[in-house]
Design a protein. Structure first.
Lengths: 360, 98
């Protein structure tokens, strides 16, 4: 069990500064039960968390949400992350951050900006975001970040409505002068799970999209780095969820609960500790939620004797729970899982219906 | 014979610097110096860290090598070879501007 091994050190911390967001993306990875403003940690507490995180070995902090720009004290929060010595990345929708704030963030030492793009086409992009004018505002924010000399990553979430335009979206990222692009197929948790049938692409679309990404990588080699997240439900092997449960990263919710991954609250019965009550080191080492699935000893067959168990750790615990009802099971995305057929059945359910937009 | 080795590809007038978004930092828990970039982490050993600390965009390659020769009292040729090898590797990964 994990206790007997040397405890690994976390490298990354996802700081969900708020769940407030002007956009309503139907694939949002936030939980359905969003936290309200009055429960949010204050900037002083975040500063303490960042100092403790750096002491624990964390190197990268991702300021996220919700839309982090919804916090008026965002610049103070970013400055404190930077003062703690953390590499500070802002993950934003681009809406709610003015060019003035962007400049202040740059002065505070922000290291990197990641902006999401919903589609290459403005009308479709605004429809997906559930916010008219979002597309234009993203352009303005990206332009300001680049003007300031900040490296820019564009993040594209891919699903049925935009899967045919990946090439156009990469062209857009190049036009925005991004140095890196993340092409992420929707992962079905939180709001995305609720909208699964409306978001799910066909197997044929996925096949074409995967081939398109390979072709784009070759075509744009040296101009832009393309990182792609595989479409889960169409894969043969599961993803190594967050690099292994309680092994590489941690996530702090707007109200201070510390989770091994952003979806961990999906799994019933886990006890999460809060940064208001305990130090991050104590939480990392001893919180019941972090120790629940550390290591690989809990894994059943076919994982227990599988040579990939130290590569993918049996896949995603949340997905195992969501699709089989058992968080200890092999992630059914794996073709060796006895429940693998269920994934194909779910992937075949595609319905053209209105999105259930994310809202508080 | 033409020598295409990487150590001849950096001019001694070049003023290497880490671009915005790439940062050298010290983290005790991780056991020393690390070079950080978007979604990427590189452990920097003691030699690499001494070199990177001097890549400010102000000092030329020649000055950096001189400084290291003085600080570590090692043969100039060896230091020059180490520095150019590390810097050209980083430049190739776009982690350094020359």
């Amino acid at each position: 069990m994990a206790q007997s091994e040397e405890l690994s050190k976390p490298l990354g911390l996802l700081a969900e500064l708020t769940h407030r967001c002007p956009l309503g993306c139907p694939y949002c990875s936030n939980p359905l039960a969003l936290e309200s403003r009055d429960h949010e940690l204050d900037a002083t507490t975040w500063a303490r968390v960042f100092t403790q995180a750096a002491g624990l070995g964390v190197l990268h902090v991702h300021l996220s949400g919700g839309e982090p720009g919804a916090r008026r004290d965002l610049v103070d929060i970013a400055a404190s992350a930077r003062e703690a010595g953390l590499y500070t990345n802002l993950i934003t929708s681009g809406v709610g951050i003015t060019t003035r704030t962007m400049r202040d963030l740059w002065e505070a030492g922000l290291d990197h900006v990641q902006v999401s793009i919903q589609d290459a086409d403005a009308v479709s992009a605004d429809h997906i975001a559930g916010y008219r004018g979002a597309f234009q505002r993203k352009h303005a924010l990206a332009a300001e970040a680049v003007r300031l000399g900040l490296p820019l990553t564009v993040n594209l979430v891919v699903h049925r409505a935009n899967i045919g335009r990946i090439g156009d979206m990469v062209d857009l990222a190049l036009k925005l002068k991004a140095s890196r692009i993340e092409i992420a197929h929707v992962q079905y948790y939180g709001w995305a799970l609720k909208n699964r049938a409306a978001l799910m692409p066909s197997a044929e679309q996925v096949k074409r999209a995967v081939a398109a990404v390979e072709e784009l990588r070759v075509r744009h080699h040296g101009k832009i780095v393309i990182d792609a997240v595989v479409p889960d439900y169409h894969a043969r092997f599961p993803k190594p969820c967050v690099g292994g449960w309680g092994r590489r990263s941690l996530n702090v919710t707007p109200s201070g609960r510390v989770l091994p991954c952003h979806a961990a609250e999906t799994i019933p019965g886990l006890e999460f500790w809060n940064v208001r009550d305990r130090s991050l080191a104590d939480i990392w080492r001893s919180s019941p939620a972090f120790n629940a699935f550390r290591g690989t000893d809990f894994l059943p067959e076919p994982c227990a004797s599988c040579e990939r168990r130290e590569i993918d750790f049996g896949g995603c615990r949340c997905q195992a729970f969501l699709l089989t009802g058992n968080a200890r099971a092999t992630d059914p995305v794996c073709h060796l899982s006895p429940d693998h057929a269920r994934v194909a059945e779910l992937a075949a359910v595609q319905e053209d219906k209105a999105y259930d937009y994310r809202r508080m | 014979m033409i020598n295409l080795a990487a150590d001849n590809l950096i001019s001694s007038d070049a003023r290497p610097r880490l671009p915005r978004g790439v940062r050298l930092t010290h983290n005790e828990a991780q056991g020393g110096w690390v070079l950080l970039a978007p979604e990427r982490i590189f452990k920097a050993d003691a030699i690499a860290a001494e070199i990177l600390k001097r890549c400010t965009g102000e000092a030329t390659l020649a000055a950096i090598v001189d400084d290291l020769v003085a600080a570590f009292r090692a043969p100039r040729e060896r230091i020059h070879a180490d520095v150019t090898k590390i810097l050209s590797g980083l430049a190739e990964k776009k982690l350094l501007e020359l």
